[in-house]
Design a protein around this ligand. Structure first.
Ligand SMILES: Cc1cc2nc3c(=O)[nH]c(=O)nc-3n(C[C@H](O)[C@H](O)[C@H](O)COP(=O)(O)OP(=O)(O)OC[C@H]3O[C@@H](n4cnc5c(N)ncnc54)[C@H](O)[C@@H]3O)c2cc1C
Length: 700
């Protein structure tokens, strides 16, 4: 961006207006269960969530003639609409230069292990189509004169498959998909929080029958919580990630996801041990990732203690100014914390150092008005004294300006503009930041069509646990689009109009059971409050199951999580007003999700599981010892990853009031197998292509 970019262009890419939702019509029917008359809505398919994944599923289903309804806690809430980074990334097959190889891309997607090989290929091969269709809907991805998409390299990406519309890529995706949904007449019911998945049948006959929700628009004197019943043959869970799980989090406020909903419906979850942690500004202010150019311009990073004294703490970790500066730069495309990068003075020492400063009660800042200070008596910072890869990048980018802020203005003015919108001017003041939880790689277990272990119920987007231990930056948004489309293709091929008999005893039983669950939790006299449950769950997760995790502490954390859930079952959660009722139910589910994550982690650690992805399993007997300039970091000695754990995934499912845990092998994919037109065409023509074959969700 050597040319000055007009303000109007910066505005359009950072301040993205969302479309107006059409007025919602009331339900035309009611259903009376357990003495309560509630509105009843029917559709062939209910999509839970209006993020990029949910809207993609809804739009694709509607285009195929499915009568689909979107329910959303907050139409433009969630991570797609409200999160991002300097250049929020979409990871797709590279269309620039010589094109790509889908098999190679699939290998890159699953490189960290614990990922189904067929899923990786599905995401790779589907990426080209998902990108082209977003462009068709108007997503302004940057191109060169010849139509190639502009690309760059992001984390866990050795090829350069990343592209971006700027800081707000995913919000722009939501915008174009929402406009399409509105154009197609898909009803989007806002302020509608799903609190229970309705399940009918037993054993092999179990299937989804709809959802129970709290709807602001349906509150009345007789129905103060606004309980509403949605009857549907198919349900797509696209409620995003469990952003509220950790205290230190860069998710927007109010992201609960659907792990708890799924657990209560007896749906299998997978890879819950795998999350991402990285540097960003906290959600107490304006939550945003500090990846890419924010650190590639090499700002000075320092901390301030309670007495207001500044500390150049990174100088305790790196041996030279060049090493320090080069690793701050590398955080740009090696963004999430990775245990092995703490070794050999790698870039994750930056995360560790920041984590330790925060734990010591110091606030950490990024200052774009200063270059990094020197390490001890070493030479001062110079753009001429950087590691080769770093120097080459900055030279190619033309980033030879004297100060980080000028390099940022040159490389990515949108990054400055974005914070300005939230009243933070990084050209004037340093940025207060920390290491935060950012993404759940695991989630609801699905097959190659997004089907969960509960027939009729699908999952897409961050709700689905399709990623393995690592994922290239931008792969989350890609997965949500690819699976959103495949879910719609699958359910459209199978679905039939909602014809369920409301009077059917099994459906009414399911609604009655769901109501019992609501009533048993919402108890005004309970000693447990929403605030108390939140503080306990988040504190435990950040302190005991965060990026730095003591192997010996996991078992006790699991015991505590179990006893909190036992108390919630026995005593419920108090709530003051109808608006808090939804939160109380979501915290009940988040407490369950937390127990499920700790169950998986405890299982992993007991099985000798080591440090992988974004979590270091610290252990006095660990084989790996990170070193800093000031010496070995003995308290961060960590276990090495075990190769066999890459080949399997940990599955957790609710069994009565407890959690059952098991492992299953990754599904494989034969790269040498080729499709053959005349042989395989009939499968497409007859719809046999929609059977999962060997690519089932696994589980029981
Ligand atoms: C700071 C940050 C930066 C990121 N950067 C990138 C990036 O560069 N590239 C990338 O690929 N990924 C990135 N991610 C991850 C990515 O943004 C998310 O994985 C993705 O947006 C999730 O989309 P989704 O549609 O699954 O969920 P969301 O966008 O979170 O949408 C969830 C929807 O469900 C609704 N909902 C939730 N619970 C309920 C309920 N009970 N009932 C009804 N509705 C409900 C919400 O209101 C919302 O509409 C980033 C995430 C963060 C936090």
């Amino acid at each position: 961006m050597a040319l000055e970019v007009p303000q109007s262009v910066l505005d359009a890419l950072t301040d993205v207006d969302m479309p107006r939702l059409p007025a919602e019509g009331p339900a035309s029917e009611t259903i009376a269960v357990s003495g309560l008359e509630m509105p009843l809505y029917r559709a062939s398919c209910v999509v839970v969530g209006s993020g990029a994944a949910g809207l993609r599923a809804a739009v694709e289903a509607k285009r195929r003639g499915v009568d689909v309804l979107v329910l959303s806690q907050s139409a433009w809430g969630g991570t797609s609409a409200c999160s991002g980074s300097d250049k929020q990334t979409l990871h797709t097959a590279n269309t620039a230069n010589a094109g790509d190889n889908f098999a190679a891309m699939a290998r890159a997607l699953r490189a960290g292990g614990a990922m189904d090989e067929d899923t990786a290929y599905v995401e790779a091969v589907g990426s080209a189509r998902m990108m082209a269709s977003l462009q068709y809907l108007g997503l302004p991805l940057p191109q060169d004169r010849l139509g190639g998409t502009l690309r760059y390299q992001t984390d866990h990406d050795e090829v350069g498959r990343a592209t971006s519309c700027g800081p707000r890529t995913s919000r722009l995706m939501v915008k174009v998909l929402a406009e399409e949904a509105i154009r197609l007449g898909v009803p989007i019911l806002n302020h509608t929080t799903v609190v229970q998945v309705l399940v009918v049948g037993t054993g092999g006959e179990r299937r989804v029958a709809g959802v129970l929700a709290l709807r602001t628009a349906d509150r009345s004197e007789a129905n103060p919580l606004g309980l509403a019943v949605f009857q549907s043959d198919t349900v797509v869970l696209a409620a995003g990630g469990p952003g509220e799980l950790y205290r230190d989090s860069v998710y927007p406020n109010g992201c609960f996801g659907s792990l708890g909903l799924a657990l209560e419906a007896g749906i299998d979850l997978v890879n819950l041990t795998e999350s991402q942690f990285g540097i960003g500004t906290r959600r107490e202010g304006f939550p945003w990732n500090l990846s890419g150019t924010y650190v590639q311009v090499i700002p000075h990073i320092y901390s301030v203690d309670a007495a207001g004294i500044e500390h150049h703490f990174l100088a305790d970790y790196y041996r030279t100014t060049q090493e320090l500066a080069s690793n701050v730069f590398r955080k740009g495309y090696q963004w999430p914390f990775h245990a092995t990068r703490m070794l050999d003075f790698g870039s994750s020492l930056v995360d560790l150092a920041i984590f330790r400063e925060s734990a010591a009660g110091r606030r950490v800042f990024m200052d774009f008005l200063r270059n990094p200070l020197p390490v001890g008596d070493d030479l001062p910072f110079s753009l001429d004294r950087l590691d080769d890869d770093v120097r080459r990048y900055l030279v190619n980018a033309g980033a030879d300006q004297a100060l980080p802020i000028d390099r940022l203005r040159h490389m990515n003015p949108l990054a400055i503009e974005l914070y300005r919108r939230y009243k933070i001017d990084v050209a004037r003041e340093p940025l207060d930041f920390a290491v935060n939880n950012q993404h759940m790689n695991g989630g609801i277990m699905v097959d190659i069509w997004g089907q969960t272990s509960l027939p009729g119920c699908y999952a897409a987007g961050e709700a689905a646990g399709t990623h393995g231990v690592t994922r290239p930056g931008g792969a989350a948004l890609n997965a949500g689009q690819v699976f959103g489309t495949r879910v719609a293709e699958h359910l459209a091929a199978r679905s039939h109009p909602a014809s369920g008999d409301v009077g059917a005893a099994s459906f009414r039983n399911a609604v009655g059971k769901a109501l019992d669950g609501v009533r048993s939790t919402l108890r005004s006299e309970s000693p447990l409050s929403v605030r108390g449950v939140r503080a306990e769950v988040q504190g435990r997760m950040s302190d005991k199951a965060g990026m730095i995790c003591e192997a010996t502490g996991v078992g006790a954390a699991l015991d505590e999580a179990r006893s909190l859930n036992a108390r919630i079952r026995a005593e419920g959660i108090a709530y003051d007003r109808p608006a808090e009722a939804g939160r109380a139910l979501q915290w009940r589910q988040m407490a369950l999700a937390s127990e499920a994550v700790l169950t998986a982690l405890d299982h992993f650690v007991r099985a000798g599981g080591g440090s992988r992805g974004a979590r270091a399993i610290c252990d006095r007997d660990g084989e790996c010892l990170p070193s800093a300039r000031i010496g070995a970091l003995d308290d961060c000695r960590f276990r090495k990853e075990r190769a066999e754990h890459r080949r399997e995934q940990i599955v957790v499912v609710m069994d009565g009031t407890g959690m059952a845990v098991s492992t299953r092998a990754n599904r494989t994919f034969d790269e040498s197998a080729r499709s053959f037109f005349e042989r395989d065409w009939p499968d497409w023509l007859t719809g046999r292509v929609f059977s999962s074959g060997d690519h089932r969700a696994g589980g029981r």
